[in-house]
Design a protein around this ligand. Structure first.
Ligand code: GDP
Ligand code: MN
Length: 403
């Protein structure tokens, strides 16, 4: 299923800011919206870090940017200007975006941290997430950094390690040391990694994250350990504890229909199918999606209109559902408890007439208080709306209109 609204995904630069605020070492960078800002950022970084090489990194909510041409090295200010100008505004296509790609609005200008030195650089993989099977947070890590972790899991699963954390005591120092050991580190790099892991775990817990994925974690040629990339997802339900995180949401990166539905107070999740659903109650919505599958269709969305299914709300829901061009039929499945079925039926009829341009068949199943009156209203409306009272009947009618 697509990303649900309970998660807030962040850009790399935002995720790195959060990591840094908890003392996790990061590859330093400054975000820029145009080529001039990029040059200014590079100058500032050079003044602070001494390095004159920079990486220009597209900031979009998708991984695999390097493969898609969204991460490039610039060896002087002229290249910073030229590469930034080229990446900003481009549609970046990566293995994790759709075929159209994602529009790049900003780039991160970061210090080059792959400089040569006394030892080789190494790339590791590290994530922190909840193990749902045990109900505990875990650190998942691998010597195979910079690669797609799914590929590592498939081809060399023995190179992926996990460290599960007992919530009553938190991450123990011996566990952090075991990470360094399993990654084959020694001396300064061993100590640095142990510190890195501890700080990373603290950051994960304190920021109420639901995912940290750092790929790669870099061992520099002078044995520092730092986050070069950062995929950070924050649990929406904890945002009240982090007032300063609210502004980090970038609506341009989210599904536009979901954003609009959210603003209307509708609980809507866009899906890939062809049958739009309008339902009251999350449980009934899930059952309705099953029903659609049984009838040979695929749900186009999850939509819970909530308790007040009046004409205005039904109309708003219609508008949202019809924004999806894949919708070939709409199934309305409402249980009239507090809200009477005849009110909902009238709402559907009024909204249908108001919209004027609904050209997909609609199946309405109303059950509960005044269901019979509701059915009469629908049947006598003269509109292309089919009524049903039973689940199976609704499924059959969906099947028929799709055939
Ligand atoms: P992703 O492709 O979206 O996962 O983006 P990353 O932030 O992981 O960057 C992709 C790749 O760019 C990394 O795996 C590195 O190999 C490379 N890269 C990142 N930072 C630097 C840098 O400072 N210098 C150099 N030479 N390469 C870098
Ligand atoms: Mn990466």
């Amino acid at each position: 299923m697509k990303n649900k609204n309970i998660k807030m995904n962040l850009h790399e630069y935002q995720g790195k800011d959060i990591l840094a605020s908890f003392g996790v070492r990061i590859q330093r960078g400054i975000v820029a919206k145009n080529a001039q800002e990029a040059v200014a950022a590079a100058k500032q970084l050079t003044a602070e870090t001494g390095t004159s090489w920079h990486v220009i990194k597209a900031q979009v909510h998708a991984g695999g940017r390097g493969k898609g041409g969204g991460v490039k090295l610039a060896k002087n200010l002229q290249e910073v200007e030229q590469i930034s100008g080229q990446i900003i505004g481009m549609n970046l296509i990566t293995p994790q975006t759709s075929a159209e790609g994602k529009k790049v609005h900003q780039v991160l200008i970061a210090e080059d941290v792959y400089y040569p030195g006394e030892s080789e650089t190494s790339e590791f993989y590290m994530s922190v997430l909840l193990n749902r099977a045990t109900g505990r947070n875990m650190i998942m890590y691998s010597t195979e950094g910079g690669m797609d972790i799914e590929t590592v899991a498939e081809q060399t699963p023995h190179l992926i390690f996990t460290e599960e954390v007992d919530p009553s005591v938190g991450l123990m120092p011996f566990q952090a040391r075991r990470v360094s050991f399993n990654l084959g580190l020694e001396g300064l790099a061993f100590k640095e990694m142990t510190k890195f892991v501890s700080a990373l775990y603290t950051a994960y817990v304190q920021s109420d994250a639901s995912l940290f994925e750092i790929n790669p974690v870099l061992k520099t040629s002078d044995n520092k350990i730092m986050a070069v990339d950062a995929k950070v997802t924050i649990d929406d339900n904890a945002l009240y504890r982090h007032k300063d995180y609210k502004d980090l949401r970038d609506l341009r990166e989210e599904n536009p229909i979901e954003v609009e539905a959210g603003a209307l107070g509708l609980n809507y999740v866009d899906l890939d199918g062809n049958v739009g659903c309008m339902v009251n109650g999350a449980g009934l919505a899930m059952a309705t999606m099953d029903l659609i599958k049984q009838a040979g269709g695929e749900p186009a969305n999850f939509l819970d209109v909530g308790g007040t299914a009046d004409a205005a709300r039904v109309e708003a829901a219609f508008k949202i559902i019809l924004k999806d061009p894949n919708v070939k039929a709409i199934l309305i499945n409402i249980f009239g408890g507090i809200v009477r079925c005849d009110r909902v039926a009238q709402g559907v009829i009024d909204a249908y007439k108001n919209m004027g341009n609904i050209n997909v068949p609609i199946i309405v199943r109303l059950q509960g208080t005044n269901a019979d009156i509701a059915k009469d209203l629908i049947d006598n409306s003269g509109l292309d709306v089919l009524s049903a009272t039973e689940f199976q009947e609704a499924a059959d009618k969906v099947h028929k209109v799709l055939a």
